[in-house]
Design a protein around this ligand. Structure first.
Ligand SMILES: NC(=O)c1ccc[n+]([C@@H]2O[C@H](COP(=O)([O-])OP(=O)(O)OC[C@H]3O[C@@H](n4cnc5c(N)ncnc54)[C@H](O)[C@@H]3O)[C@@H](O)[C@H]2O)c1
Length: 355
């Protein structure tokens, strides 16, 4: 097997916890280069990832002939994806793909022109429990409603279980770009958009796998400055209710997707995404002649982060689109803008009074 020679751009927390260890472990990849704007991070990682070249400027990494593909795990992706595609490198990019639909369209043009494979890191799509549920959908009957919740506890990330080279906080102001995407600089709305870009897109990727494309945003209910519920209609007229938010004191996340049919309810409960090898559970309730049959699928220890790397590898080798494309990444950013547009002005007034 010829491994894909890969460079990682942005060697911060998620790269150190998940991507770099898997890239080193998997024989499908050969980790050859690292880039980070922090000298300190690059110095500390040099001991762990010996033999890799190191670059403060990602353009230097992109110019290397011994790099076939890149992982873009910085906080801000669009310009780097575009540059990588123009340099002829295959691209794996963390979510969200971009901060504005225009950025997404521009980078897609570069991906198409460069003829490279490009994949968004929606790891839940590769989660064994999600794959299992998808394979069972036909048996469960037509979906009537999907209830999803994705709330993030700001104290939920257990960084102390890892030895990380923590990057310095890099002050960055993306507020102009968020405002350009949603057509307003109202901080209450840019905050909602930010939550959608950072949490909601993961849910959109699973919902797409279950239901196809979202056809309509039927409503948004604001519950607080960082907490809201949205109702969506998908293909085949299936309704989705999605709750999103940040809780400042929670030390956990609530991340669930529940599929309801006439005779069954199947619920996926996702683990903390920062803890390796925790399994997602799939709990089913099925109505039968004798009453309810309830089952809890034993979780698989296969990591969705590892599975997504294998998909990236296969997409390159088989010269096909990966399962989670940049087109989907763009569609999700567009859906986020549509949800923000559905907020009614009087709700914002109520929010101001509440605060
Ligand atoms: N899939 C998931 O569940 C998941 C989980 C966590 C984070 N993420 C995503 O991963 C990305 C990174 O998150 P993180 O928590 O690791 O952030 P982080 O701040 O810990 O790391 C980002 C790193 O990128 C570096 N960087 C910034 N600009 C750079 C540039 N121009 N060139 C090279 N390096 C640069 C920083 O110095 C830092 O080391 C974000 O987009 C986030 O949304 C996804």
């Amino acid at each position: 097997m010829m491994p894909i020679r890969i460079g990682v751009i942005g060697c911060g927390r998620i790269a150190q916890v998940m991507h770099l260890p898997f890239l080193v472990e998997l024989p499908e990849f050969d980790l050859v280069a690292l880039s980070d704007i922090s000298h300190d991070v690059l110095d500390k990682l040099s001991d762990r990832y010996r033999g890799t070249s190191r670059h403060i400027e990602y353009a230097e990494l992109l110019a290397r002939d011994d790099v076939d593909a890149v992982a873009i795990t910085t906080p801000d992706h669009a310009a780097i994806v575009e540059a990588a595609a123009r340099a002829g490198k295959h691209v794996f990019v963390e979510k969200p793909l971009c901060f504005t639909p225009d950025e997404g369209r521009s980078l897609i043009e570069a991906v198409e022109t460069g003829g490279v494979r490009a994949m968004v890191g929606y790891m839940r799509r590769f989660d064994p429990a999600v794959v299992r549920l998808l394979s069972e959908l036909d048996d469960l009957g037509p979906i009537r409603i999907v209830r999803a919740i994705d709330t993030h506890g700001m104290r939920s990330v257990p960084f102390d279980i890892y030895s990380l080279a923590v990057p310095p906080e890099s002050p960055r102001d993306v507020s102009d770009r968020l405002a350009a995407a949603i057509g307003t600089s109202d901080r209450r709305l840019t905050e909602l958009y930010w939550i959608l870009l950072n949490l909601g897109v993961h849910d959109f990727s699973v919902l797409r796998a279950l239901l196809g494309a979202a056809s309509e945003v039927t409503g948004v209910e604001l519950l607080g400055p960082q907490h809201f519920v949205t109702a969506l209609t998908y293909d085949a007229d299936v309704r989705v209710v999605l709750e999103l938010g940040f809780w400042s004191e929670h030390t956990w996340n609530d991340t669930e997707v529940e599929v309801v049919t006439d005779t069954a309810t199947a619920r996926l409960s996702f683990p903390n995404p920062w803890v390796k090898y925790q399994s997602t559970t799939l709990r089913r309730r099925i109505a039968g002649e004798g009453g309810t049959t309830e089952s809890l699928e034993p979780g698989s220890y296969h990591s969705s982060y590892r599975e997504e790397w294998l998909e990236f590898y296969r997409a390159i080798i088989e010269e096909r689109d990966p399962l989670t494309t940049v087109y989907e990444g763009l569609a999700d950013v567009e859906l986020a803008t549509r949800i923000v547009s559905a907020v009614r002005p009087e709700q914002l007034d109520a929010l101001a009074e509440h605060a």
